[in-house]
Design a protein around this ligand. Structure first.
Ligand code: ADP
Length: 446
């Protein structure tokens, strides 16, 4: 404490207490406690001779002589600075983690290994309109009148999560008691707590109900609009043909053939667009489920290439690798994807196209991968992701006036998604591009 014997002998022990503790008569309170209970133990700041403070555990014992007469007290101080620092750090980390979890706008739950809720954030209580009392320390499936007892969630928690350390974007659609029908994306991550050797599970929910509704609205609109457009286009085509015959008959000079041809071209383009939109709505609506058959991807790719080389004899198309086994998928739809990707590889190139197709088996033999590389105009940096959207075209294709409507990749991506696969493009913006897709070997299981 920094005192010499001379400094301290004869001084009241209250000197080691902070000004605040002296004001509240802490020394006297400890004496009283020691007298009534035989000892007084606590932790607090004490003060050294130089005025500096330190965290200490203090023990005060009364001292009696053989006749049980009170002689005085013994005070033992233990420097607990390190313990206090550790506790403070732990507390501040906990507050920090708590404030992060509570600031997150998405609902978050922390479950222990027995699926008991250990923590929920404010967004969880707000979104699902439940209280802390009906949430904390309860089994997940018992929450809110068993509103979380959903087969899809059981599958995630009991089958998928135990085998994986994390899971992203698992979709659940469910009718919740207080908030009605909702679609949620679930992200989950396992946390391991070293100090207690236990597993915890962090789950975050993203409400995508509005996005799903908009998606359905868009799909319905496309389906209705494309159906309604079919009839007037057919009628207009008929009238143009009639008009052509009438002009021939009238033998007008000069005959308006150029404008007639342009009108027909535009009408054909419109017709093509409407057919692609109709096809897209078939894929997305679920009214035309995939027709699974077993077939050889290697043979299908060769057949598609043959057709393209017939129409584009200048194009050089090579295959590398092979799948070497049958897959189960919708053959016609996969053929459509291959036609779109190989057709694009030939269309978006300078002069004669050189196309490489790489076939392989990936993901521990559970998926096939097809990559189609070309020597074409490439995809400008920053435009890759949006190309799989509706009516999306890259700026370089528009600038070069290469004909197209921007629907093929959208349909291809919907087809691949339906098969439980992935589709993406790689391009550095100049030296051609590589479009790849994967689908499970047995997509009917997805
Ligand atoms: P479309 O070819 O009718 O425009 P797609 O949906 O098939 O429609 O393609 C969308 C856009 O992606 C194209 O307009 C083009 O800008 C770009 N694209 C597709 N394939 C390639 C490719 N192999 N090389 C460069 N750009 C491509």
């Amino acid at each position: 404490m920094g005192y010499t014997e001379q400094d301290i002998i004869g001084t009241h022990f209250a000197i080691i207490f902070t000004a605040e503790d002296r004001k509240s008569k802490q020394a006297q309170k400890e004496i009283n406690a020691a007298l009534s209970e035989g000892k007084a133990v606590d932790e607090r700041y004490h003060i050294r001779k130089d005025g500096s403070t330190f965290w200490a555990q203090g023990m005060l014992f009364p001292l009696h002589d053989e006749q049980d007469k009170l002689l005085g007290f013994t005070k033992i101080l233990r420097d607990y600075t390190h313990k206090k620092e550790k506790e403070d750090l732990l507390k501040s980390n906990l507050t920090y983690a708590d404030s992060i979890i509570n600031t997150v706008r998405e609902p978050v739950l922390v479950l222990d290994a027995k699926l008991i809720v250990r923590k929920a954030n404010r967004a969880f209580y707000r979104t699902f309109q439940v209280s802390r009392e009906e949430t904390l320390e309860r089994y997940i499936y018992e929450l809110g009148n068993r509103q979380w007892d959903i087969p899809a969630l059981r599958q995630l928690l009991e089958t998928i999560i135990p085998e994986n350390t994390h899971f992203e974007d698992y979709e659940i659609t469910h009718h919740f008691e207080k908030i009605g029908k909702k679609s949620m994306l679930l992200n989950a991550r396992k946390l391991y707590r070293v100090e207690s050797d236990t597993q915890m599970l962090l789950m975050a929910f993203e409400d995508i109900t509005k996005e799903k509704e908009l998606e359905t609205l868009k799909d319905n609109f496309i389906s209705v609009a494309s159906h309604e457009l079919k009839t007037p286009i057919t009628a207009a085509w008929g009238y143009i043909q009639l008009f052509e015959r009438q002009i021939e008959h009238l033998s007008l000079a000069p005959a308006p053939t150029t404008s007639m041809e342009k009108t027909k071209q535009q009408l054909l383009k419109l017709n093509d667009m409407v057919h692609q939109l109709l096809d897209l709505s078939k894929v997305t609506s679920g009214t035309h489920p995939l027709d699974f058959t077993e077939f050889s991807m290697d043979t299908l790719v060769r057949e598609v290439i043959e057709n393209h080389t017939l129409i584009n004899p200048d194009a050089e198309i090579h295959i590398h690798g092979s799948v070497g086994r049958n897959i189960s998928a919708d053959r016609l739809r996969i053929e459509q994807v291959l036609n779109n990707l190989i057709g694009n590889a030939i269309k978006y190139c300078f002069g004669s196209a050189r196309v490489h197709i790489e076939l392989s088996v990936t993901d521990n033999s559970s998926s096939v991968q097809v990559c189609i590389s070309d020597n074409g105009i490439g995809i400008p940096v920053g435009e890759k992701e949006r190309l799989f959207g509706l009516f999306s075209r890259a700026s370089n294709a528009i600038r070069r006036k290469i004909p197209g409507v921007g629907l093929g990749l959208n349909i291809s991506s919907e087809i691949i998604k339906k098969h439980g696969g992935n589709i993406w493009v790689e391009s550095d913006g100049t030296n051609g591009s590589t479009f790849c897709f994967t689908i499970p070997i047995d997509a009917s299981m997805e």
